[in-house]
Design a protein around this ligand. Structure first.
Ligand code: FES
Ligand SMILES: [Fe+2]
Length: 443
């Protein structure tokens, strides 16, 4: 349980708020690069600010304020030029640094362009990496954009999966340090959605949480698993400040504003060894719906189950009304660490886990329970039998709504058709029969 004031501290992300300013000191994935294959400008809201994301004719990305400083037209209606974005109302042009670079009529009247030189828009640094567009909205200089090791994995198919989730970012991030929910949200609930008499899966027996440079590692041991299980020996990464790393995929929870969060997944599937060598030419990105055609929350896929759980907690969950228990040890550690960080940064210290040394920013290692498999590859038969990676040979279990063209590209990569399931028998769900083999679940 937290005071109202402390809850506000964790959850308010607009300009000038403590947490908003803190999070702005990190790079955040905000869109898919492939969105800009066919389009060059779109509005985007981040940290309570209305902005426009664009790719100009030279291929450079830019992120600027949404309102034109001339007479407030919407720059989302703008069009791109060789170096920047031009307002569709009177043609003022801005480069990716925010400088006004052309005022067509004003410059006819004043060849010295005195007004133009004084006009700027708010602009943030953006970069493309791993099929994602990343934004940095903090003070200069920007830290390094993390070069996580999996971004260099070979012979695999990566995809970027996005969704707008109507609740505050922090309750989404608390989920990154909450192992117990797997058993209930992704195993038992999935079973009961299909069969109201289904038996429960093996329960968690113990959990452990450790801090490291880039966040926390949580470990868990479930009934019928040995202490050699990788979920107990290696665990998973609560990636600081708003990510989750599960070995074969990342998840980020990027604040849109106090009551909305952009969920970003980067999912990597190594193709069966029989398909190697495989080089992915294009990383697709897509947005999945959170509700079905009747307006009901989608609960069939892993990320959708999480979304339903988070949104169910309220737009900004009221932490003055909680009853925390032993399963929340990680959540309590996470909150405490954020409070310490906010104080430390206010006292002039460097935020946790920033990479500022360019030399150190290559292939940055994160612990993973399936690192060997993804680095060395598996045959089709081994992959099919793998508790964590095998389900992806049957269908995309991560999030509902994968477009046909992405599925087809993935099928071509792995060299087989998918089954097209509506519900997924989620892994730990099979633990009762398969014991140790089902120890990892993909959520
Ligand atoms: S409002 Fe943008 S150029 Fe006039
Ligand atoms: Fe989950």
């Amino acid at each position: 349980m937290l005071s109202q004031e402390k809850n506000r501290l964790l959850t308010e992300v607009g300009p000038g708020t403590q947490m908003g300013d803190y999070l702005r000191r990190y790079w955040h994935p905000v869109a898919g690069v492939s969105e800009f294959d066919e389009m060059s400008v779109r509005p985007i809201r981040l940290f309570g600010e209305d902005l426009v994301l664009f790719k100009d004719l030279s291929g450079k990305f830019g992120l600027v304020q949404r309102r034109c400083p001339h007479r407030n037209a919407d720059l989302a209606f703008g069009f791109v030029e060789k170096c920047g974005l031009r307002c569709a109302y009177h043609g003022w042009e801005f480069d990716a640094k925010g400088q006004c670079t052309h005022q067509p009529y004003e410059e006819i009247v004043d060849a010295d362009a005195r007004l133009r030189k004084k006009v700027t828009v708010t602009a943030y640094e953006v970069r493309a990496k791993a099929g994602l567009i990343w934004a940095y909205m903090g003070p200069a200089p920007a830290p390094e954009l993390p070069d996580w090791e999996p971004f260099h994995y070979e012979h695999g198919f990566a995809q970027v999966v996005l969704a707008e989730v109507p609740c505050n970012w922090f309750q989404c991030q608390e989920n990154s340090i909450d192992p117990i929910h797997f058993e209930w949200t992704h195993n038992n609930w999935t079973q009961r959605l299909q069969d109201s008499n289904a038996e429960y899966v093996p329960t968690h027996l113990k959990t452990q949480y450790e801090e490291f440079d880039f966040g926390f590692i949580y470990k868990r041991l479930r009934a019928k698993e040995s202490e050699q299980n990788p979920m107990w020996t290696i665990g998973r990464v609560t990636l600081w400040p708003n990510g989750f790393y599960l070995g074969h995929h990342f998840e980020w929870r990027v604040p849109i504003d106090d009551e909305n969060t952009l969920s970003v997944l980067w999912v990597f599937n190594r193709v069966p060894k029989e398909q190697e060598p495989y080089v992915q030419e294009h990383i697709p990105s897509w947005y999945g719906p959170v509700r079905d055609e009747n307006g009901a929350w989608i609960t069939s896929h892993v990320a959708n189950q999480d979304f339903a759980a988070w949104v169910g907690q309220g737009a900004i969950t009221d932490r003055t009304k909680e009853t925390l228990g032993a399963s929340d040890r990680g959540v309590v550690m996470l909150r405490r660490r954020f409070f310490e960080e906010l104080e430390a940064v206010a006292a002039g210290k460097q935020p946790k886990g920033l990479i500022t040394d360019r030399e150190a920013n290559h292939n940055v290692y994160l612990p993973s329970a399936c690192r060997d498999e993804l680095m060395n590859g598996l045959t089709r038969a081994e992959l099919a039998a793998h508790p964590l990676l095998g389900p992806y040979l049957r269908d995309f279990i991560g999030q509902a709504g994968q477009p046909d063209h992405v599925r087809e590209a993935y099928e071509a990569a792995i060299g087989q058709r998918l089954e097209g399931a509506t519900f997924f028998t989620v892994h730990g769900a099979r633990a009762a029969e398969e014991g140790e083999a089902a120890a990892n679940d993909p959520a």
